[in-house]
Design a protein around this ligand. Structure first.
Ligand code: SAH
Length: 698
C-alpha cells in the first residue's frame, strides 16, 4: 500500500507530497533505533544475564517450574538468556511487528523455538488461560522498558497491568528494583538552556542591555526531559550544592502503581550557591540483595569503576522553576512529582520554626500538575537554542558584523525563527527593522506572541515591525514601499534537523528578491559546507553490527538494520550533537560546497567531487559535515568544528548545534602515514529538493 504524506520541506519551504510505502516508517525506526546500542551494552547484558540466572535458580530451588514473561523482547535476547538459564517456558511479548518477526527468527536460529513463544502484542492486550496467549501466569517477570528518565517509555503502566493480570503474586522480577538519584547543582552553562540571559549590546550611543520579559522569569518551562551525556560535561561547568540523594525507588516484584504522585526528600546544601538544576540518573538492582547493580551514575559519583558507554540510557537535567539562593546547612525540601511518563522537580525552603503540622500542610501545597510554559519561548526554542542565544561570543560576532553593514538609513529585513537579530539591528541604529515571521511554520503563533512580549519588555514594540506572511507573498506595502537594503538571518529555523536545512534562508531570500535594493547587503553573504573524516570514541557502536551478544547469534538483527539503512539505496547523514560524542579528526577539515546568498538559488544542482587525505592513524568511522556562515568578509561563524584541540586530533564542536554524521558502511584502519590513504567523495546539493546526497569511497 502507498500513502501520501504532506510536509513542508525544511530547506526549500515548499509543500511537498511524498509517496510513502507502508514499510517506510518502520525502516526509519529500525535504521535509527537503539537496538544495536543496547546489544553493544556489555555491562547491561552481563548484569541482566546474572540477574536472570539468579531468578531462575530461586524459583527452581522452591521446586516450581520457571515460567518467564519477557515484556518488550526486542531481539528476544532476555528470553534466550532465561531459556539458557533453565527456564521451562518463556512468553516473549513485543508490540513492534518488525521486531517481533525478527525475534521469531533469532529465537529459531539459536534453537529456542520450543522454549520461547513470541507474541506480537502490546502487553496490555495479552490474555491468560487455556485458550489465551499464555497458558498460565508467569512467576518470573523480565523487562527492559526503561529510558533515560526511567519511566518515559511507559514502564509503570506496563508493570501495573502485568502484576494485575499476567504474573503471580510474589513473582521474581529482573530487574528487581530501580532507584532514582538526584543532586542539586548550580551551573551557568546548563541554566543557559532554560532562560534567556540579558544581552549586552555595545552601540555607538553607549551600552544597551536587552532584558528577558518578566513572563519568562518564573516560567516553569516544558516537562520534556533533557537527556544528555553528562559524562561529557566538565566538572568546571557546574558546582554541586548537595550530596547525591536517593529520590525514589520502585520495587518491580510487587504491584506497581502508575498514578501521578510525588516524592519528597530533605536536603542540606553542602555549599551555598544558586540552586538551578537537578541532575538525575538511576540504577537497577537485578536481584533483591542488590549485588548485581547496573548504574547510570556519572563520572564524579563513581570515579573508580570503569564507565560503560551507552546512548540508550544517559542522565537527566531538570530545571527548577526558578533559581533559588541556598545556604550551606540550611534545611530544604526537594520534591519530585511524576505522572505516568515524566518527572519534574520543585525546591522548597522549610520555614523558620516549622513543626510537623506545618510540614504536613507544606506537603499539601506541593504542585503535582505538570509544568506548562507561560512565556511561549520554551515552545519556540529547544534547550540548545537557548544556549546558542545566550552565547555571548556568538552574539558579539553578529553585533560586530551588523555594525559593519548597517547604516542609519538602512531598511533591514530579518529572516530567522525567534531571533535576536532584529533587536540587535535596531539597537545598532537601523532606522527601519522588519521582522519576517514565516507564517506557514508550525510555531508561528508562539513566535509572534513571544516576539511581542520580548519587544515590549525592551520598549521596542513600535520600533520593529513583524510581518506575518509567506516570503513569496511579501508585498511592497509590508515594507512601506521601500526596498530592503540589508537582509539578515542567523540563519536559524526551528524546522531544521540537519545543518543544511537552514539554507532555507537562501530560498526565502530568493522569494523576496524583487523587494531587495540593487545594492542590498545580505548577511550572511554566503555559507559553506565542510567535511572531515573522524574516528569516534564510542558513537560508532550505535550503527555497528553486533554478531553475537552474550553467546547468542543476533546477526538477523544486524542484517535487518543494514537493510533499513540501505532502504531506498541512499544512505543518509544523521544529526548528532557531537560535543556529547568525543571523536578525533583523521583528516583536515575541508570546504566542499559554497552557497552564495547574494544571488538567488540557481536552477542547476551544485556538485562536487574530491578526496580527503587521512593524516592520522585510526579507524575511519564516518564523515562529519557542518555549515559555516560568512557574515562579512572577515567574520564567520561555525555550527560545527570549533577547533582540533591537540596533537591527538581531539575535536571541539559547537555546543549548541547538531552536526551531520555519515557513517561509513565499512571501517578502514589507516596505518601508513608516509603515503596517506584518501577517501574520495561526491556530494551534490539538489536545488529543487534542497537535499544533499553524498557518497564516500574508502
Ligand atoms: N528486551 C530487549 C529489547 C528492549 S527495547 C533487550 O533488552 O535487548 C524495548 C522493547 O519493548 C521495544 O522493542 C518496544 O517495542 C517493546 N515494548 C515496550 N513496551 C511494550 C509493551 N508494553 N508491550 C510489548 N512490547 C513493548
Amino acid at each position: 500500500m502507498k500513502t501520501f504524506c504532506g510536509r513542508a520541506n525544511p530547506t526549500t519551504g515548499s509543500m511537498e507530497w511524498l509517496e510513502e510505502g507502508e514499510d517506510y516508517d518502520y525502516h526509519q525506526e529500525i535504521a535509527r533505533s537503539r537496538y544495536a546500542d543496547m546489544l553493544h551494552d556489555k555491562d547491561r547484558n552481563v548484569k541482566y544475564y546474572q540477574g536472570i540466572r539468579a531468578a531462575v535458580s530461586r524459583v527452581k530451588e522452591r521446586g516450581e517450574k520457571a515460567i518467564v514473561l519477557d515484556i518488550g523482547t526486542g531481539t528476544g535476547l532476555l528470553s534466550m538468556m532465561a531459556a539458557s538459564a533453565g527456564a521451562d517456558f518463556c512468553y516473549a511479548i513485543e508490540v513492534f511487528k518488525p521486531m517481533a518477526n525478527a525475534a521469531v527468527k533469532i529465537v529459531e536460529k539459536n534453537g529456542f523455538s520450543d522454549k520461547i513463544r513470541v507474541i506480537n502484542k502490546h502487553s496490555t492486550e495479552v490474555t491468560v488461560g487455556p485458550d489465551g496467549d499464555m497458558q498460565c501466569r508467569a512467576n518470573i517477570l523480565v523487562t527492559e522498558l526503561f529510558d533515560t528518565e526511567l519511566i518515559g517509555e511507559g514502564a509503570l503502566p506496563t508493570y501495573e497491568h502485568a502484576h494485575k493480570y499476567l504474573v503471580e503474586e510474589g513473582c521474581e522480577a529482573v530487574p528487581h528494583r530501580a532507584t532514582v538519584y538526584v543532586q542539586l547543582v548550580e551551573s551557568k552553562r546548563m541554566w543557559s538552556w532554560k532562560k534567556l540571559f540579558p544581552v549586552c549590546v555595545e552601540a555607538e550611543d553607549g551600552e544597551k542591555i536587552l532584558v528577558p520579559p518578566s513572563e519568562m522569569e518564573n516560567c516553569p518551562g516544558v516537562p520534556s526531559v533533557c537527556d544528555i551525556q553528562l559524562n561529557q560535561m566538565p566538572s568546571s561547568d557546574f558546582t554541586t550544592l548537595s550530596d547525591v540523594v536517593t529520590m525514589f525507588s520502585v520495587d518491580f516484584s510487587k504491584p506497581v502503581q502508575s498514578a501521578s504522585t510525588y516524592y519528597r526528600v530533605q536536603l542540606e546544601p553542602v555549599k551555598s550557591g544558586k540552586a538551578q538544576i537537578v541532575l538525575s540518573w538511576w540504577d537497577i538492582d537485578m536481584d533483591p540483595s542488590g549485588m548485581i547493580n547496573c548504574t547510570m551514575a556519572p563520572y564524579w559519583v563513581k570515579p573508580t569503576s570503569a564507565l560503560q558507554w551507552r546512548d540508550h540510557w544517559m542522565q537527566c537535567v531538570y530545571f527548577l522553576p526558578r533559581e533559588e539562593p541556598v545556604l550551606q546547612g540550611e534545611k530544604l525540601y526537594l520534591t519530585a512529582c511524576r505522572d505516568q511518563y515524566s518527572v519534574w522537580y520543585n525546591l522548597q525552603k522549610s520555614r523558620e520554626g516549622e513543626n510537623e503540622a506545618d510540614e504536613k500542610e507544606n506537603k499539601a501545597d506541593v504542585r503535582v500538575e505538570s509544568p506548562v510554559c507561560r512565556c511561549r519561548a520554551h515552545l519556540l526554542w529547544n534547550r540548545p537554542r537557548f544556549g546558542e542565544l545566550n552565547d555571548q561570543n556568538r552574539t558579539r560576532q553578529y553585533i560586530k558584523a551588523l555594525r559593519k553593514v548597517l547604516k542609519t538609513d538602512s531598511v533591514c529585513l530579518c529572516i530567522s525563527d525567534g531571533s535576536l537579530l532584529p533587536v540587535l539591528a535596531h539597537c545598532l541604529g537601523a532606522k527601519q527593522v522588519q521582522y519576517f515571521v514565516l507564517i506557514f511554520r508550525s510555531l508561528h503563533f508562539s513566535l509572534v506572541f513571544f516576539s511581542h512580549v520580548f519587544f515590549k519588555a525592551n520598549h521596542l514594540e513600535d520600533k520593529i515591525k513583524i510581518i506575518e506572511a509567506r516570503p513569496e507573498l511579501l508585498k511592497p506595502s509590508h515594507l512601506e514601499d521601500k526596498k530592503v537594503s540589508v537582509l539578515v538571518g542567523e540563519p536559524f529555523f526551528t524546522t531544521s534537523l540537519l545543518p543544511w536545512h537552514n539554507l532555507y534562508f537562501w530560498y526565502a531570500r530568493t522569494a523576496v528578491s524583487t523587494h531587495l535594493a540593487s545594492n542590498v547587503t545580505v548577511l550572511p553573504h554566503s555559507a559553506s559546507l565542510h567535511v572531515m573524516i573522524v574516528e569516534f570514541q564510542d558513537l560508532w557502536r550505535i550503527r555497528s553490527p553486533c554478531g553475537t551478544c552474550e553467546g547468542f547469534d543476533v546477526r538477523t538483527m544486524d542484517d535487518m538494520i543494514k537493510d533499513s539503512l540501505n532502504f531506498r539505496e541512499s544512505k543518509e547523514a544523521e544529526p548528532h550533537p557531537l560535543w556529547e560524542y568525543p571523536c578525533k579528526s583523521l583528516s583536515d577539515p575541508q570546504e566542499v560546497l559554497t552557497f552564495d546568498f547574494t544571488k538567488a538559488v540557481p536552477q542547476h544542482c551544485l556538485r562536487t567531487e574530491g578526496s580527503v587525505k587521512l593524516l592520522r592513524k585510526g579507524k575511519s568511522h564516518g564523515a562529519v559535515l557542518w555549515m559555516e556562515y560568512h557574515l562579512t568578509a572577515d567574520i564567520s561563524v561555525s555550527t560545527g568544528l570549533m577547533q582540533v584541540s591537540n596533537e591527538k586530533g581531539n575535536c571541539e564542536w559547537n555546543p549548541h548545534c547538531k552536526q551531520a554524521v555519515y557513517f561509513f558502511s565499512s571501517v578502514i584502519e589507516s596505518e601508513v602515514l608516509s603515503d596517506p590513504t584518501a577517501v574520495t567523495y561526491a556530494i551534490s546539493f539538489d536545488t529543487k529538493t534542497g537535499e544533499i546526497a553524498m557518497d564516500f569511497k574508502l
